[in-house]
Design a binder for this molecule. Sequence first.
Ligand code: AP5
Length: 209
Amino acid sequence: MRIVLLGAPGAGKGTQAELIVSEYEVTHISTGDILRKAVKDGTELGRTAEAYMTKGELVPDEVVIGIAAERIGLPDCVNGFLLDGFPRTVAQAEALDKALTNKLDVVLSLDVDENEVIRRLGSRRVCQGCGRIYVAEDVTGDCPACGGKLIIRADDQPEAIKRRLQVYRDQTEPLVSYYRNAGILKTVQAVGDIEDVFERVKTVLKDVS
Ligand code: AP5
């Protein structure tokens, strides 16, 4: 299956992606994770991306499109992939359409209202070691899975959150219509228990596979 996860910052894309890849044989591709790793490794890409990411801006299309196209071309994507955080602009979606030999099967749009995503991002903790995502109130100390240090993401500061939401509305939300017009958009109500949201995702994917 070739899946795109669409949704506002904090909608739960990364959380649902972890569950989807463990249930279905697809490779998880998160452009956010790729860029954060580049920042952590201090590569040239990381230095370029960091300035945009910390402010809550999008990294330029010409940078991200190349990264995503290269990643999708690797052998582990032959049996399917889950794109999380890409595409994020109409230009990226058009580039993706051109790059794919086999078309996307489904775009899952995670629907959550803005007050809820602001609340979620304010209490998100991420493991520096394995990248697992947690809610601050649910964990004490280090990562329960690997013992890594739990940190607050650099772009989970109030000003950056505000900007990311604005950028989402202006540049990414148009993709909802883009994929609706393509006939592959499925909307999932992404509020409530994480497992309940995943059940809704599975119901949609059952009709696709
Ligand atoms: P990216 O990492 O993709 O961030 P994002 O889209 O802003 O999304 P988030 O990772 O913040 O949220 P999420 O939807 O994954 O939610 P999560 O599951 O963590 O991108 C970061 C930056 O990289 C961008 O701003 C940009 O600069 C750059 N970038 C990346 N891709 C790019 C591209 N294609 N083009 C240009 N630039 C790009 O959940 C959030 C919290 O809520 C967690 O604490 C979680 O535990 C909790 N939670 C999840 N589900 C629920 C639930 N059902 N109920 C209660 N809490 C929940």
